[in-house]
Design a protein around this ligand. Structure first.
Ligand SMILES: NC(=O)c1ccc[n+]([C@@H]2O[C@H](COP(=O)([O-])OP(=O)(O)OC[C@H]3O[C@@H](n4cnc5c(N)ncnc54)[C@H](OP(=O)(O)O)[C@@H]3O)[C@@H](O)[C@H]2O)c1
Length: 303
């Protein structure tokens, strides 16, 4: 069989993965995609046990393992690490995917489209408690960063299992951390929330700094910046727009919102994740992968 056959290029056979936020949305897609395609163990982490068990139920049996964890607590991360370490010798890929949107923190235009006064803007934004801003940073930035730190020994163990290089034969990929950032981290006009957008810009920078600092240890660090995918977090946008079926068919969204006029589908996300996790994704390091149907190129100032 040729090296260039898709089944070789994109194989995730026998990979071991850990996914925070694996009980819903994008984390569940990652878990199912890896389990369906031959991963040997996929640990899903999150606070809600029932949600984690639902992911287990939606995947081939015996592959997905639920581990309760709050990424904002070092103790919880330590005990999740111990639970995972008791069931595997190594972790090939860690997805630091948990995230929250937090409260909307944006200057809303008046119904007639006119600009609010500066004091109205100030009242609207200043009324949000600082704690709510900080909580978004706690989960999205601090929690994601400490998740990566917590699992470094098991990632290193994956590197130690790799066979010795053979001249002329591509060496298997090194261990990898993949952070879920967002297009919200790039563009000043993305709506949502100041806290969310700032947190995702920080996550993107964590990808850059960690990938640089972990280079000598051969642990790769990459990120994904999704645009609009149906999930618990994003569901309000779909409800507001009266969008059915996850919005994956063309014509579901106005072109002003998403140029491709549809949301990302589970196939879009699973395909990206499988490639990043596979042998042919092994040369990618310090990179952000955009999957947004062109949305970042055409963002309206409000939505
Ligand atoms: N959907 C989109 O369009 C979109 C776009 C850009 C970026 N993203 C990013 O994608 C990631 C996944 O979001 P999603 O869209 O799949 O939404 P989601 O279904 O709401 O998933 C968020 C996940 O984060 C977990 N989580 C929240 N707080 C946590 C904590 N303290 N400790 C551990 N886990 C925690 C939740 O599990 P528990 O509540 O059980 O803990 C949940 O499974 C997020 O980082 C999000 O910012 C999503």
């Amino acid at each position: 069989m040729s090296n260039l056959q898709a089944s070789n290029l994109f194989s995730v056979q026998d990979r071991v993965a850990v996914i925070t936020g694996g009980g819903s949305g994008l984390g569940r897609i990652i878990a199912r995609a890896l389990a369906i395609n031959g991963a040997s163990k996929v640990f899903v982490l999150g606070r809600r046990e029932d949600a984690l068990h639902e992911t287990v139920a939606q995947a081939p049996s015996g592959i997905v393992v639920p581990v309760q964890c709050d990424v904002t607590s070092k103790e919880s991360l330590e005990s999740a690490y111990s639970a995972v370490a008791a069931q595997t010798t190594h972790v090939d890929i860690l997805f630091a995917n948990s995230g929250i949107m937090g409260p909307m923190m944006r200057q809303t235009p008046k119904p007639d489209g006119s600009l609010p006064t500066l004091s109205e803007v100030r009242d609207e934004l200043f009324s949000i408690p600082m704690e709510e801003f900080t909580k978004v940073m706690d989960v999205n930035v601090t929690g994601a960063y400490y998740t990566a730190l917590a699992f470094l020994p098991l990632l290193e163990a994956a590197n130690k299992r790799r066979p010795a290089p053979q001249v002329g034969v591509m060496t298997l990929p090194t261990a990898q951390v993949i952070f879920t950032s967002s297009i919200a981290g790039y563009n000043r006009k993305v709506p949502f929330s100041y806290a969310y957008n700032v947190s995702k810009a920080a996550v993107t920078h964590v990808v850059k700094t960690l990938s640089t600092n972990l280079l000598p240890y051969h642990i790769r660090v990459n990120g994904i910046a999704p645009g609009l995918y149906y999930s618990d977090m994003a569901s309000q946008i779909f409800e507001d727009g009266g969008v059915a079926g996850g919005g994956v068919s063309e014509g579901s969204h106005p072109a002003a919102l998403v140029p491709l006029t549809r949301s990302g589908s589970e196939e879009d996300f699973a395909g990206l994740v499988i490639w990043m996790s596979s042998a042919s994704g092994g040369y990618v390091n310090g990179a952000m992968m955009l999957t947004d149907g062109g949305r970042i190129s055409s963002l309206p100032s409000t939505y």
